[in-house]
Design a protein around this ligand. Structure first.
Ligand code: PMV
Length: 339
């Protein structure tokens, strides 16, 4: 009898944070200071196949059909070490990953990447993890990956315990909760490659930004307001909140020493265009947010989309607009995409 194929394929999508994760109380365990909240997106995805293979000399990582070496491959191997310890296996693994969106675009691929890897590596090793356990594991690859395990609107609970048992993401609202809501992702030309990994950059903010403490004090109330705005599908509450949080995130980055500046002039013009779009009417019609990168996510309602796109046409340097909606969480594929 042939031995079982120790192989599994998972798909996972990036997420965009509405309440940001920025700063860890425990770096080794990947434990954040504050809870965060995001939307898992549709259409974009990482697909990853993991195969454990005793004949390999060491782990092998292939991304978009090209073998990877260096820090990215080391991060994958360290993550596999965690799975080896859990599953009590010692074999090397081959990891084959493809993104259906360009990494060069700077769209967060670490969240979808580690969420898909957590699923594929554990399933192929014969482990059956709950969503909560998968989220805890994915967190150790990249904090935001903890949220991409689930679809729709997701909250990552910071927890209080030093061992991190109570630190994991939970689904908050379904992807279909607010059918009117769309996310226009504006891909900004000339976006610089990240110089410092987010995990390092955020710790510099913790130790140097004079605004960081006030931010931590403000997040819990903002999170409660966000949950309520979303539950009620209330654009008047939702859009200003998303902007408020993004502005505060940018402020703690800019007051970091040395300052962290992720935006280009096009990104900044986009933020100004959205503010003007909202100021033109009595009620807010859109919100912008961005992560540690130059691309801008603009949330709006379907009924404002045409007017918004017209407004954005005046902004130079937007290369492409992706129209995304909330999407599904990480899931196993039945023997698809095998290398
Ligand atoms: O998951 P990381 O380590 O790449 O950090 C993500 C940080 C932000 O994207 C800026 C915020 C967030 O909550 O996703």
């Amino acid at each position: 009898v042939a031995p079982p194929r120790r192989e599994a394929t998972f798909e996972a999508a990036p997420n965009i944070a509405l309440i940001k994760y920025w700063g860890m109380r425990d770096v080794a365990r990947g434990l954040p200071y504050n809870s965060s909240f995001s939307v898992t997106l549709d259409r974009l995805r990482t697909r990853t196949t993991v195969r454990w293979d005793p004949t390999l000399p060491s782990d092998r990582f292939v991304l978009n059909r090209a073998p990877v070496a260096g820090p990215a491959a080391d991060a994958v191997s360290r993550f596999l070490d965690l799975v080896r310890a859990m599953a009590k296996v010692t074999d090397p693994a081959q990891v084959v990953s493809t993104n259906n969106f360009p990494e060069a675009s700077g769209l967060a691929s670490s969240a979808s990447g580690f969420a898909a890897l957590a699923g594929a590596a554990t399933a192929s090793a014969g482990l059956r993890l709950s969503g909560r356990d998968l989220s805890r594991l994915a967190r150790l690859g990249s904090g935001s990956a903890s949220r991409s395990i689930f679809g729709g609107f997701v909250e990552w609970r910071a927890g209080r315990r030093p061992d991190g048992r109570d630190c994991y993401a939970v689904p908050a609202l379904r992807a279909s909760h607010w059918p009117e809501l769309v996310d226009l992702v504006l891909l900004v030309g000339g976006a610089p490659k990240k110089e410092v990994r987010s995990a390092l950059a955020m710790q510099t903010t913790v130790t140097t930004s004079p605004a960081y403490r006030a931010r931590l004090a403000a997040v819990p109330k903002r999170l409660a307001r966000l949950r309520s705005a979303l539950r009620r599908r209330d654009p008047r509450a939702f859009f200003p909140l998303v902007i408020e949080e993004c502005d505060e995130f940018r402020h703690v980055c800019e007051t970091t020493d040395p300052p962290l500046d992720y935006l280009t002039s096009t990104s900044r013009e986009t933020l100004a265009a959205i503010r003007a779009f909202n100021d033109a009417r009595a009620e807010p019609r859109a919100a912008y947010t961005h992560d540690a990168g130059a691309h801008v996510h603009v949330f709006t309602l379907r009924r404002h989309e045409r007017a918004l796109r017209e407004k954005l046409e005046a902004v130079r340097g937007i290369e492409r607009i992706l129209r995304l909606r909330p999407g599904p969480g990480a899931r196993r594929l039945a023997r698809a995409g095998q290398a």
